[in-house]
Design a protein around this ligand. Structure first.
Ligand code: ARG
Length: 586
C-alpha cells in the first residue's frame, strides 16, 4: 500500500510538470503534516520555494499548481492560505478505504522495502572480564529496537556483538591470575564474573603501579595475539565465564545477538597494516605505525595520529574496527553498517571511518553510521551509581524493575479485590518491569543524557510502557466484554462509517505508522516510534471517552470495533518493534 504522503507527492509532481513544464520534473513538493489540524492534514510549501526560479508571487504559483492538481480521490478541494501554503484535508471516504485495506493485511498495510539491504547492526558489545554496565544496556536496548524495525522493513539484518575480548586487559588479567588464582585459567567453573571483575580491578591496579607487571602483561598480550596455546586456553576460559553473565541479561531482555568479538578479526589485522602501507597512508611516529588524520588536531595544534600498530607490535581497538569494516563489506556484503555506542566514541568512529575512506575500503554504495547516545544519569543528575557509590549491576537493576512492577500490580489487585494466580502476577510483573526499562530508554531522544528513574518509568500515566500496555489491554477487554472476535472481524468485508472528530483523529493517526517506521529506518531514532504510540494511546482514550462502542448502533458499532482492533494491532506491532510484549490483561 502506497502511503498517503507518497500518493500526494506523486500527484504534486505531476501537477508541477503540467503547470510549469518538464523543467520542474522531480521537484520536491515539500509536503509536511499540518502543524494545526484546523488547516487540514497536510501542507505543501513548494510554492514559496519556487518564487525566485519562476519569478512569480508564491500565491499565484500556488494557484497554478492547484489548477493542475488532481487529488480528488484523497482530499477535499485544496485551499491556499497565507503567502502560498497549499492545505489539504483528507476525505473521510478515503480514510475509510485506507483503514479497510490495512485491516485485512497482516502487516497493517506496511509494505516491506522495495530495495532491501544487507544491514549490520553492531550493538551491546560489552567487554570480557568486566561487568556489563548501563551504557551497554542502552546500546543493547536501542540496537535491538533498531534491528527489529529494520528487519520488519524487509532488510536482511545481521546483529553483531562486537565483544571486547582482545587486548591489553587480557594480558593483565592472565598475568595476575597466574599468580593469585591459576585454576581460574583452566577451569571455567572455578570463578564467576563477580570474581573476575574483582581480579580485573586488582590487575589494573598493579598494571598502573608496577612497571615489571606492566611489561609482563604486554608480553602476554603479544603472546595471545600470536597464538600461544596456554594463553589462548586461559583466554577461552575467561570468555566463557563472561559470556554466561552476558547471556543471562540477553535472555531476560529477549535479545538475540551473534557474538563476533574483536578476537575474530585478529587474523585480518596484518592486512590492515599492509593495505594502509600500500596506499601510502602509514607513517612511523614514536615507533608506532600511524595514519595522520585530516581535521583532527591535538592540544598542541599538531596533526593527530590514529595508531594502527603500537611500538610493541600490538594492535588496538581502531585496528580491529578497520579490519571489521573490510570484513563486513567484503565477506558479509553489508551495505549499511550501524554502530551503537555512547557519544563518547564519536571521535573514534569518525577517525576510523575517515581512514577506511581514504584507504578506499568503503565502497560507494555502503554507508557507515555511528549512532551515538547520551549517558545514563541517576535522579540527582549525576553519574548513575548505587547509594553506596558503586556501579550498578545490570542484573540487580532489572530485578529491581520487576520487583517494583510487582508491588504495583499486587496493590491494584488488592484495591480492585481481584482474584489472580501467582503465575499471572509474576508474568505481568516481569513484562511490565522489563518493558518499562526498555521503553524509558527508547522514548528519550537517544542523543540526550537519560535520567534513570524507576518511579517515572513505572508510572501509569505519561509516556511510559505501562500507559501503552494499558491502552492495549483496554481494547482487549472490549473484545472480551462484547464477545467480539477481532480476528474474524478483520476477515470480513465491513462498511466503515467514520464521522466524529475523535474517530477521524484516531483513524488518521493509525494510518501514519508506515511513515513513522520509514523515518525510524532513516534516522535511527526509536523515540519517534514511542511518540507515535503515545499519541495513538492518547487518541484512542479520547475516542473511547467520546464514542460508545459496544452500545453504539450499527453501522457505527462495527466501524468503531474496527478502529479498536486497528489501535490494538498498531500498538502490538509498534511495541514489538521496541522489544516489548503486550498483555491481554494486567
Ligand atoms: N566494547 C566497546 C565498549 O565497551 C564497544 C564496541 C562497539 N563496537 C565497535 N565496533 N567498536 O565500549
Amino acid at each position: 500500500m502506497k502511503s498517503t504522503i507518497a500518493q500526494l507527492k506523486s500527484s504534486f509532481e505531476t501537477a508541477l510538470v503540467k503547470a510549469f513544464g518538464e523543467d520542474l520534473a522531480g521537484t520536491d513538493p515539500i509536503l509536511v503534516p499540518s502543524s494545526n489540524p484546523k488547516f487540514g492534514d497536510f501542507q505543501a510549501n513548494v510554492a514559496m520555494s519556487l518564487a525566485k526560479k519562476l519569478k512569480d508571487k508564491p500565491r499565484s504559483i500556488a494557484e497554478k499548481i492547484v489548477e493542475s492538481l488532481d487529488v480528488s480521490a484523497l482530499c477535499e478541494d485544496p485551499a491556499i492560505a497565507g503567502p502560498g501554503f497549499i492545505n489539504l484535508k483528507l476525505k473521510p471516504s478515503y480514510i475509510e478505504g485506507q483503514l479497510k485495506a490495512i485491516q485485512s493485511s497482516d502487516r497493517l498495510g506496511i509494505e516491506p522495502s522495495a530495495t532491501p539491504q544487507k544491514i549490520i547492526v553492531d550493538f551491546s558489545s560489552p567487554n570480557i572480564a568486566k561487568e556489563m554496565h548501563v551504557g551497554h544496556l542502552r546500546s543493547t536496548i536501542i540496537g535491538d529496537s533498531i534491528s527489529r524495525v529494520l528487519s520488519f522493513q524487509g532488510h536482511d539484518v545481521l546483529r553483531l556483538n562486537h565483544v571486547g575480548d582482545w587486548g591489553t586487559q587480557f594480558g593483565m588479567l592472565i598475568t595476575h591470575l597466574k599468580k593469585v588464582c591459576p585454576e581460574a585459567l583452566t577451569d571455567s567453573e572455578s570463578v564467576d564474573i563477580g570474581d573476575l571483575v574483582a581480579f580485573y580491578k586488582e590487575a589494573k591496579k598493579r598494571f598502573d603501579e608496577d612497571e615489571d607487571f606492566k611489561e609482563t602483561s604486554r608480553q602476554a598480550v603479544v603472546g595471545l595475539q600470536s597464538g600461544d596455546a596456554d594463553s589462548l586456553k586461559a583466554w577461552g576460559v575467561l570468555c566463557e565465564q563472561s559470556r554466561k553473565a552476558f547471556q543471562e541479561i540477553y535472555g531476560l531482555l529477549d535479545i538475540e545477538l551473534e557474538e563476533r568479538g574483536e578476537s575474530f578479526y585478529n587474523p585480518y589485522l596484518g592486512n590492515v597494516v599492509e593495505g594502509l602501507t600500500e596506499k601510502g597512508l602509514l607513517e612511523e611516529s614514536d615507533g608506532a605505525q600511524v595514519v595522520f588524520l585530516e581535521g583532527f588536531k591535538n592540544k598542541e595544534g599538531d596533526r593527530q595520529p590514529l595508531i594502527v600498530q603500537k611500538s610493541n607490535d600490538g594492535f588496538n581497538y581502531a585496528t580491529t574496527d578497520l579490519a571489521a569494516i573490510r570484513y563486513r563489506t567484503r565477506e558479509d556484503g553489508a551495505k549499511r553498517i550501524i554502530y551503537i555506542t555512547d557519544a563518547g566514541q564519536a571521535n573514534h568512529f569518525a577517525q576510523v571511518f575517515q581512514v577506511a575512506g581514504r584507504a578506499g575500503w568503503i565502497p560507494e554504495d555502503v554507508s557507515l553510521e555511528h549512532v551515538p547516545f547520551g549517558v545514563v544519569q541517576g535522579e540527582d543528575g549525576k553519574k548513575f551509581k548505587t547509594r553506596s557509590g558503586e556501579t550498578v549491576r545490570l542484573k540487580d537493576l532489572l530485578d529491581e524493575a520487576v520487583v517494583r512492577a510487582r508491588k504495583d500490580i499486587e496493590q491494584r489487585i488488592a484495591d480492585d479485590e481481584r482474584d489472580e494466580t501467582e503465575e499471572f502476577v509474576s508474568s505481568v510483573a516481569q513484562k511490565v518491569g522489563l518493558g518499562a526499562v526498555k521503553y524509558a530508554d527508547l522514548s528519550q531522544n537517544r542523543t540526550s543524557n537519560y535520567i534513570f528513574s524507576f518511579d517515572k518509568m513505572l508510572a501509569l500515566q505519561g509516556n511510559t510502557a505501562p500507559y501503552m500496555l494499558y491502552a492495549y489491554a483496554r481494547v482487549r477487554s472490549i473484545s472480551r466484554k462484547g464477545g467480539i472476535d477481532f480476528e474474524a472481524l478483520a476477515g470480513q468485508d465491513v462498511a466503515l462509517s467514520i464521522s466524529e472528530e475523535t474517530e477521524l483523529a484516531l483513524a488518521k493517526h493509525i494510518l501514519q505508522l508506515d511513515e513513522i517506521l520509514d523515518a525510524v529506518e532513516q534516522e535511527l531514532l526509536p523515540n519517534r516510534l514511542c511518540q507515535y504510540l503515545f499519541e495513538l494511546s492518547q487518541k484512542f482514550n479520547q475516542f473511547y471517552e467520546q464514542c460508545s462502542v459496544l452500545k453504539a448502533e450499527e453501522p457505527q458499532r462495527t466501524s468503531r470495533l474496527v478502529l479498536c482492533d486497528l489501535t490494538a494491532r498498531s500498538l502490538q506491532l509498534g511495541l514489538s518493534l521496541l522489544g516489548i510484549e503486550v498483555l491481554d490483561r494486567m
